[in-house]
Write a protein that binds this ligand. Structure first.
Ligand code: IPM
Ligand code: MG
Length: 365
């Protein structure tokens, strides 16, 4: 038996623990089936951690996350914790962003695809969305989220000034560029990089750097650049035209929700946020796997959250974290079979509960 992979599961808030419970059932099942041993430890993050420890991410959780092979997260936040005012960097005010920095996971892979069973749950005519399959590669450890200084100050005239800084160094852009180009090599060979190089200094450096890495290191990849505002229009209008969408921390955040439209619900979207590029067949330690959706306080505790985003994140954990792509494909197929047989949670217009949908996916596995 190989040494077990250590997985840290952090449910977080509201529907977070509900979907993580589903993800863990699938993780345990597939690990037994494929003889990939895992050891799972669970802890608190976000508001759940605040209520017990007075911090959104304890040093213990940060240390456990650094030691783990993979971290599975549900979702964090809720109105209960919105008005807690902490002075300091975002790593102190937000548990998830702290973990991203602790693990230096700069490469956020956020895929979305059109599922045949869900085409009519999208706002598109079928022929416009059918087959659409997009991967957002988001720089996730820099930019405006983390630039210093940031904060707020009361000015002499009584006005409050709030501010943050968008900053990138060339090496930060180079490393995420390589992630996007490598991802495109395994897909359809097209990278569309977005920026606001018409108004932002970081945007100009972004475009120059992506261009240089593409030209010098990835001549096999077709590279396009779009301004962020127009990119939103173009992707919304013709999602089938796009393969890999590459953006900085803020623009990647926006695009990853946008492409959820082609899947029919944000509840369908998984992510893997990695400290580098996983080589096929080789485990990459230290990634964070989480659904893209939020903690959905409005439906929390009702057992109706869509677990698929989390279950597909577990699939990404098998592929990137453990190096077993076949297990990932098996999970995706089981999910697709459930959708095809009409088992849909409420966010997709159905009535299947979180638990029943999870059981149905397990059965097909
Ligand atoms: C995401 C989320 C986070 C982000 C929030 C919860 C801090 O929107 O992962 O997309 O902005 O990165
Ligand atoms: Mg987001």
């Amino acid at each position: 038996m190989n040494k077990p992979f250590q997985v840290l599961a952090l449910g977080g808030d509201h529907i977070g623990p509900e979907v993580v419970a589903s993800g863990l059932s699938v993780l345990r099942h597939v690990s037994a089936r494929y003889e990939i041993p895992v050891e799972i430890d669970e802890d608190l993050l976000g508001g759940a951690s605040w209520d017990v420890h007075g911090t959104f991410c304890t040093d213990t959780v940060a240390a456990k996350a650094r030691a783990a092979d993979a971290v599975l997260i549900g979702a964090i936040g809720g109105p209960e914790w919105d008005n807690i005012q902490i002075d300091g960097p975002i790593t102190e005010t937000d548990g998830l962003t702290r973990l991203r920095i602790e693990l230096d996971v700069f490469n956020a892979l956020r895929p979305a695809r059109a599922w045949n069973a869900l085409l009519s749950r999208t706002p598109y005519r079928h022929e416009v969305v059918e087959g659409a399959d997009i991967l957002v590669v988001r720089e996730n450890a820099g930019g405006i989220y983390y630039g210093e200084p940031r904060g707020r100050e009361v000015q002499s005239d009584g006005q409050i000034r709030a501010f943050e800084i968008s900053e990138y160094r060339t090496e930060e852009i180079e490393r995420i560029a390589r992630c996007a180009f490598r991802a495109a090599q395994a897909r359809r060979g097209h990278v569309t990089s977005v920026d606001k190089s018409n108004v932002m200094e970081t945007g100009r450096l972004w475009r120059e750097t992506i261009d240089r890495i593409g030209r010098d290191e990835f001549p096999d990849i077709r590279l396009s650049h779009l301004l962020m505002d127009y990119a939103l229009f173009a992707v919304a209008k013709s999602p089938q035209d796009f393969d890999v969408l590459l953006g900085d921390n803020l623009f990647g955040d926006l695009m990853s929700d946008l492409i959820g439209v082609i899947s029919g619900s944000l509840g369908m979207l998984p992510s893997a946020t990695l400290p580098g590029i996983a080589r096929p067949g080789h485990p990459l330690k230290g990634g964070i796997y989480e659904p893209t959706h939020g903690s959905a306080p409005d439906i929390s505790g009702q057992g109706v959250a869509n677990p698929i985003g989390t279950i597909l994140s577990v699939a990404m954990m098998f592929e990137h974290g453990f190096g077993v792509a076949s297990a990932a494909r098996a999970i995706e197929i089981a999910v697709e079979q459930c959708l095809d047989s009409g088992l849909l949670p409420p966010d997709l217009g159905g009535t299947t509960s979180t638990e029943d949908l999870t059981l149905a996916i397990l059965e097909r596995l």
